[in-house]
Every structure is written in structure tokens, then in C-alpha cells.
Design a binder for this molecule. Structure first.
Ligand code: ADP
Ligand code: MG
Length: 600
């Protein structure tokens, strides 16, 4: 097991000396390089980019075929365009001095883990942990630079964020993974960006026959702004050719204090242009100006400064979440791999707990979502309320069969949908604001049933309510419990699109310290592989779902010091069982939450 670095330096490079001071380095000439590799094992081989990319990366390929050493390529100048290639493991920029050394350190760390693992396992690799396949190659654990956003970012989570941004901001949103050419040209749809275009104006501009690098100017702009944001590692604003302002936030993988960019989350924010400017845009993009004008008129929504700030914050938080999510998985995978390689043999410090981005336990994920909401709610909700009021006024002025009234009613119901999303967010934001009082669950359920009866009848769903007399009253926040019940009932309804039976039962636990509330349906059921994800914010399998219902419910039941368990069988139905204590002990605020698995 070696920690040595083999370096091929082409004459004078200012960083060579300092690298040699920090790490054990063997500096060789061209001729000596391959010989040195034959004689000894090295952890990392450092090559200059100029030398590395000669003859189509011939030297890298050669080193790779002869050794298991990781290959670092050093930029001559920060202005060279970044590349990502299969032939090396990191691209270092000496101008970013501190990071330069940290990145070398990370390569050594991974080289050591790999060499331990392979000397232990004789390299057959069969025990490679199947749960983290994105982070393993045939030669062991892959360095963060070789992790790709298109495969390592949880697509479903990205999809939900993009959808959410689209619907809340009424705009276009995209997760753009870094790739050498516009990722929209990817042959494999799984490698393409995650994109939603919610705004009619953007759709029109996107359909322009003009093409840059094979894609529409709008997509090209989204790609450019995302590249800029990942290079600069910060949020970047750039107007797209259609005039809308694009806001991009980098999504990175964080490993031992270094950020490795994977892609960016981009959303359109700001004003859609009108007037003379629109004519110019129409000509430039070769689209019919009247059509563009009409769509721009419809889309001209989110413009005010305060709203813009809220939108920025929302996009940043979402990108931040994706960053934490992928970092958490990578770091955990590394930690497990590291341990599988048997740590006592290791010379370097093992991965300490503190290096794992800690903020990802389920409860903290929800807190992150709450932060996300807080920036947004008040800013967007207030104008929305007045918009809704005026639209309603207009709608009421029209007579019943009027087509314009129908349009206005569609607008109203869409506003209600946005309001609903916002309300859900708000809920996640204000944890701790929970005021338990003595609550008669039986009465509460009867109240809820009054609300949902009609809907059930329309869907051909029979509701059965079983109540065991003598079930004690409990300490609870009635509004919150109502919300949980409505969420569970809503899900049950959605699971029975062709009708069925909904059974709600309320009964005391034998000990008398807890009461149990069951919501059972005869719907489609939940596949076992989804069990561990229930309660995760944004996990949804529904086309128009938000994936917030269960997240909120789990949070509320946790606040009540209760528990949710789920039984389900595919094709037969699901049962959500709430266990609630009669009295809530230890309710002084934010004491530790029980975060053990809640499903059976
Ligand atoms: P949403 O309803 O917006 O999808 P939820 O958090 O309420 O979000 O639910 C998350 C996911 O859990 C659903 O998309 C669905 O796949 C699954 N689920 C929840 N309740 C049920 C149920 N009663 N039957 C089947 N699947 C369910
Ligand atoms: Mg739901």
C-alpha cells in the first residue's frame, strides 16, 4: 500500500515544489515514467494537461492499462475549457491553490481505500455494495470527479424539484447535468436534462426553428448559464435569447471539503418582454410575432422585485438540497467501502462522522424544506391573494355560460392549486408551532367524514367507520390531526380510481396509554421498494403529486410523539396505522426526535 505520487513535470511549474513539500512525490522525466510505474506501485500519477491530451490521451490510456494508480491532470491555465474524460480521475487547477491540495488529498484517500479493498478481496470485487452502483467502477470506488450528475443525481428528486419550481414560479425549470455538449443532444434519454416548461411563452420561443449547436437558442442558453454557474460555483443570472432572465445554481458533490460540480438547476425568473423588444426577439428567433406576443401576454406574471428574491431563494434551496442528497449518498457509500477494506490497516485518518454532510436525516431534510418555504410563502402568497380576488370579481361579472367565465374559472382553480402547494410548504416551515389540547378523536373524525363524503360517493367509494366506545380523549393539536387524516384519506381515494372501500377505525391500545387510528383502503397498494421512501419530501409516484402529504403527516405525528406504520400489499390495498399517546410527555420543544424506521 503506497501513498506516493508519481509526477511528470514539463519543466517549471510553480506548484510542483509546494506539492512535493506536502506529499511524498517522485518527480520523473518522460522517459522514466513508464519504467517507474513498472517498478513500484503509486497511488496517484500527476500529468500536465498538455502532455496528457497528446495523441488522444495516449499517455493516460497507457498509465491506466498498466496500473491501478489514479490519474490527475493539471490545467496549464484556468482559461482552458474544462473536460471530463474517462481517461483520468481529476482535473486540477493550480490557480485554486488551497483546493488543488485538497483534491490531491482526496485522490490519495480513495486510492488508499481501493488498494486496501483489493488487497483484501483479491480484486474480485463481487462484494461490491450493490446499493451504491453509481459510485463504483471496475477498479473500485470512483473519485468524485468521475461521478456524473446525469446518473448520480436522484432523477426522481430532481424531477420533483423541477416540477415544483415550474408550478410555483409558473416558468421553465431544468436540471442540466454537466456534459461536453448540450445534454439535450444525449441519445440516451436517461442522460438528458430534467426539464419542465410551464410557461406558454417559453414553449413558443423554444419551438423556434433557429438552432445553435443543434438545440434551440433557449436550451443553449440554459446550458451556457449552467456551465457558468458550475465553473464559478455560485448562482449566475443570464438573459436567455427570448429575453427571460435565467437563474442558475450549481449542484455539486461535496467530499472532504471540496465541491465537485455535477450540474446546475436553472429556472426562468423575471419579466417576459413585451412591445418593440418582442418584435426584435420574434425576428431573431424566426417565430411569428403575433403568436409570440399572445403567449408573452399570457405568461407575463412574475415580475416584482420581492418575488424575484423569493424565487432565487427557492431555486438555491432546491439546488442545495440536491447537493446534500448526492453528497450524503456518496460519502456514506465511501464510508461503507472504507470499512469493508478493513480500517486498521489504513495509515490515513478514517472518514470521520463530521465529514458526512450531517443535515440529511429525515427530520433535517424536512427542516431544509421548511427553510425553502419560509423565503417564499409570504412573498408569493400575498400578491396571489389579490390576483385571485380580482379574477373572482371578473368571473362573477360574466354570465354563467360565457366562455370567458370558463377561462377565468380555470385561472381560479390553477391559483388554488398553487395556493395548496404553498400551504403545504408553510406547514413544513412552521414546526414547533403545535398546541396540544384535549381532543375527542371520534368527533374529529366525524367532522372530517362530513367533508369527504361527497367526494367518496362520486368516486364509488364506500366509507366504513368503526369506533370502539370508551376510546380516551388524547392530547393533540386537532387541526394538525385533521390535516393528517385528510392527507391519508386523499391518498386512499387516489389509490382507488375505480372505487373501493375505505375503512377508518379508532380504538384504544390494550395498555390504555395510546390510541390507534387506522386508515385502510382496498386500492393499488405500495410496492415494497417504495416503503423506505414513504414520508420523504417530494417522493411521489403520481403525475400531479407533490410528495408532501406523507412528509407532513410524518412530521405531525412525530411532533405528537406518535408513530406511523404501514402495511400494504400490491393489488390489495394499504393500511396506515397511527399510534398516538394519550398524553404527550417531554414536550418541551426540540428534544431529540426518534428517527428509527417507521415502516414494517
Ligand atoms: P402525493 O400524494 O402527492 O403523491 P404523498 O406524500 O401523499 O404524496 O404520498 C407519497 C406516495 O406514497 C404516493 O405518490 C404513493 O405512491 C404512495 N402512497 C401513499 N398512500 C398510498 C395509498 N393509500 N395507496 C397506495 N400508495 C400510496
Ligand atoms: Mg398525497
Amino acid at each position: 500500500m503506497t501513498q506516493e505520487i508519481l509526477m511528470l513535470s514539463d519543466g517549471y511549474e510553480p506548484w510542483v515544489d509546494s506539492l512535493s513539500k506536502k506529499f511524498p512525490v517522485l518527480n520523473v522525466s518522460n522517459k522514466e515514467l513508464l519504467k517507474a510505474l513498472q517498478d513500484r506501485e503509486f497511488a496517484v500519477v500527476v500529468l500536465s494537461r498538455k502532455r496528457a491530451q497528446e495523441d488522444d490521451w495516449a499517455l493516460c490510456k497507457d498509465v491506466r492499462s498498466k496500473t491501478r494508480a489514479l490519474i490527475a491532470v493539471v490545467q496549464q491555465s484556468s482559461l482552458e475549457p474544462p473536460v471530463r474524460m474517462a481517461w483520468f480521475d481529476d482535473l486540477l487547477d493550480p490557480a485554486a491553490k488551497e483546493e488543488f491540495f485538497l483534491r490531491v488529498d482526496n485522490l490519495l484517500r480513495i486510492a488508499e481505500a481501493n488498494s486496501c479493498y483489493f488487497s483484501r478481496k483479491k480484486g474480485n470485487g463481487e462484494e461490491k455494495n450493490g446499493r451504491w452502483p453509481q459510485f463504483f467502477g471496475t477498479e473500485g470506488f470512483i473519485p468524485p470527479f468521475t461521478v456524473f450528475g446525469s446518473t448520480a443525481i436522484d432523477r426522481e428528486v430532481a424531477r420533483n424539484f423541477v416540477k415544483l419550481l415550474t408550478s410555483v414560479l409558473n416558468t421553465t425549470a431544468t436540471f442540466v447535468p454537466i456534459s461536453p455538449s448540450p445534454p439535450w443532444l444525449a441519445k440516451d434519454p436517461a442522460l438528458a436534462p430534467v426539464e419542465y416548461v410551464g410557461m406558454p411563452y417559453c414553449r413558443t420561443a423554444g419551438e423556434s426553428p433557429v438552432r445553435i449547436g443543434g438545440v434551440s437558442p433557449c436550451r443553449y442558453a440554459r446550458w451556457l448559464v449552467s456551465i457558468r454557474s458550475v465553473i464559478e460555483r455560485r448562482a449566475v443570472v443570464l438573459p436567455c435569447p427570448g429575453g427571460l432572465v435565467l437563474y442558475a445554481c450549481p449542484v455539486c458533490l461535496e467530499f472532504f471539503n471540496v465541491l465537485y460540480p455535477l450540474g446546475a438547476l436553472v429556472a426562468g425568473v423575471g419579466e417576459v418582454p413585451l412591445g418593440g423588444e418582442l418584435v426584435k426577439i420574434g425576428q431573431r428567433l424566426k417565430i411569428s410575432v403575433p403568436l409570440l406576443r399572445e403567449r408573452a401576454g399570457i405568461a407575463r406574471t412574475m415580475v416584482r422585485r420581492s418575488e424575484k428574491a423569493a424565487a432565487y431563494q427557492l431555486i438555491e434551496s432546491a439546488a442545495d438540497y440536491l447537493t446534500k442528497e448526492v453528497s450524503y449518498r456518496y460519502n456514506t457509500a465511501f464510508q461503507e467501502y472504507f470499512q469493508a477494506g478493513v480500517c486498521q490497516e489504513l495509515e490515513r485518518t478514517p472518514l470521520k462522522q463530521e465529514y458526512v454532510p450531517a443535515a440529511l436525516e429525515k427530520a433535517e431534510r424536512l427542516a431544509a424544506m421548511g427553510k425553502l418555504a419560509a423565503g417564499l410563502i409570504h412573498e408569493i402568497r400575498n400578491p396571489l391573494t389579490s390576483v385571485r380576488g380580482f379574477i373572482q370579481l371578473l368571473s362573477e361579472k360574466k354570465s354563467a355560460g360565457d366562455q370567458e367565465r370558463e377561462y377565468l374559472d380555470v385561472v381560479l382553480s390553477e391559483i388554488d392549486r398553487v395556493n395548496e402547494i404553498i400551504r403545504n410548504f408553510l406547514f413544513l416551515a412552521r414546526s414547533g408551532e403545535f398546541r396540544p389540547v384535549k381532543t375527542d378523536l371520534d368527533r374529529l373524525i366525524r367532522e372530517i367524514l362530513l367533508v369527504v363524503e361527497n367526494q367518496a360517493a362520486l368516486k364509488g367509494i364506500e366509507i366504513i367507520y368503526k369506533h370502539e366506545p370508551g376510546t380516551p380523549e388524547i392530547q393533540a393539536d386537532p387541526e394538525q390531526i385533521k390535516q393528517v387524516m385528510l392527507n391519508l384519506i386523499q391518498n386512499a381515494f387516489q389509490a382507488m380510481p375505480f372505487g373501493g372501500k375505505l375503512t377508518i377505525s379508532l380504538y384504544p391500545e390494550p395498555s390504555g396509554n395510546q390510541v390507534i387510528l387506522e386508515v385502510a383502503d382496498t386500492g393499488v397498494g405500495i410496492p415494497p421498494e417504495h416503503f423506505s421512501r414513504l414520508g420523504e419530501a417530494f417522493f411521489t409516484t403520481k403525475e400531479d403529486g407533490t410528495g408532501l402529504g406523507l412528509a407532513i403527516s410524518y412530521r405531525i405525528i412525530e411532533d405528537h410523539r406518535g408513530r406511523i406504520t404501514v402495511h400494504s400489499e400490491e393489488g390489495k390495498g394499504s393500511c396506515f396505522l397511527l399510534k398516538l399517546p394519550v398524553t404527550i410527555e417531554n414536550e418541551n420543544g426540540d428534544s431529540a426526535r426518534d428517527d428509527s424506521p417507521r415502516q414494517k
